[in-house]
Design a protein around this ligand. Structure first.
Ligand code: NDP
Length: 243
């Protein structure tokens, strides 16, 4: 089984390369602001629950199954993220844009694939390891990334507190410096997780996350500048002052 999981991780890195090439050569995942509203879609709250739920329930199944405490800690950290993403986030969003069936199907497949990969690896193949500086750094990055991601998503949500359905220029917190702090936080989270885990499946997921939402952040930044003529000119994409 170990070899199968390692092959799955390499395949995920291959998928990341394909996704990155597609997203940097004109293709944009058509959900949210890029959705084609004339096409049939799924209610966004239901779509987020359906697509993210496998990444919660599959590792939950493996949580108590393995022999290693380190693997248990990793599965618990992974579950903590997906508890919010699959069960809390869909209830909170104020999006009214339906998600295309193909996108929901692809995301559901990915979350099941990744949930199985991380959950099974952590339960049965993660070596027992004492707490080291590397694990502390990884945990700190993971928690900081999650905080940035949640706070930034909350600011976006509050932009529609008046019941509106359109888009506004987000302000406050890291939005003063970059266009997509929610994506920056998510990327930091999974890089932190891969440093904490120090295994190929976790590294593959971090690479996939960068390949997937990095180009989407570039697209959002371009969209903001085209949509709002007064968009703050010094605001960067993902890294304050740099990118
Ligand atoms: P977006 O930033 O595109 O949208 C997040 C929510 O905020 C949506 O409900 C959106 O509404 C709303 N919103 C966004 N911008 C504005 C604005 N300017 N004014 C008003 N409302 C706004 O994020 P995604 O939907 O792509 O992602 C959601 C979460 O999922 C993020 O935390 C992201 O990090 C995570 N994610 C993780 C991935 C991974 O590979 N690990 C992949 C994709 C997402 P609407 O739907 O109407 O646009």
């Amino acid at each position: 089984m170990r070899e199968i999981l390692l092959t799955m991780a390499w395949a995920m890195i291959g998928m990341a390369v394909i996704v990155f090439l597609a997203l940097t050569r004109g293709f944009t995942a058509g959900y949210g602001r890029y959705a084609d509203r004339s096409k049939y879609g799924i209610n966004p709250k239901l779509a987020w629950f359906i697509q993210e739920a496998p990444a919660f329930f599959i590792p939950l199944y493996y949580l108590r199954r393995g022999p290693s405490n380190s693997g248990y800690e990793l599965n618990a950290a992974f579950l903590f993220h997906y508890f919010f993403r699959a069960l809390i986030y869909p209830c909170r969003i104020r999006s009214t844009t339906k998600s295309p069936v193909a996108i929901v199907a692809a995301a559901t497949f990915f979350c099941a694939y990744n949930g199985f990969l991380q959950g099974y690896w952590n339960a049965f193949y993660q070596p027992e390891e004492p707490w080291t500086t590397r694990k502390l750094v990884g945990s700190l990055m993971y928690c900081t990334g999650m905080y940035i991601n949640h706070k930034s998503d909350t600011i976006l949500r509050e932009l529609r507190a008046d019941g509106g359905t359109g888009y506004k220029i987000p302000t406050g917190f890291l939005y003063e410096y970059i266009s997509c702090p929610n994506y920056a936080g998510e990327i930091m989270e999974w890089i932190g997780y891969s440093i904490l885990a120090w295994n190929l499946p976790a590294l593959a997921f971090a690479i996939f996350t960068i390949a997937n939402i990095g180009p989407r952040a570039v697209a959002h930044h371009k969209w903001y500048k085209e949509t709002f003529p007064g968009y703050p000119p010094n605001r960067r994409i993902l890294i304050p002052r740099i990118f």
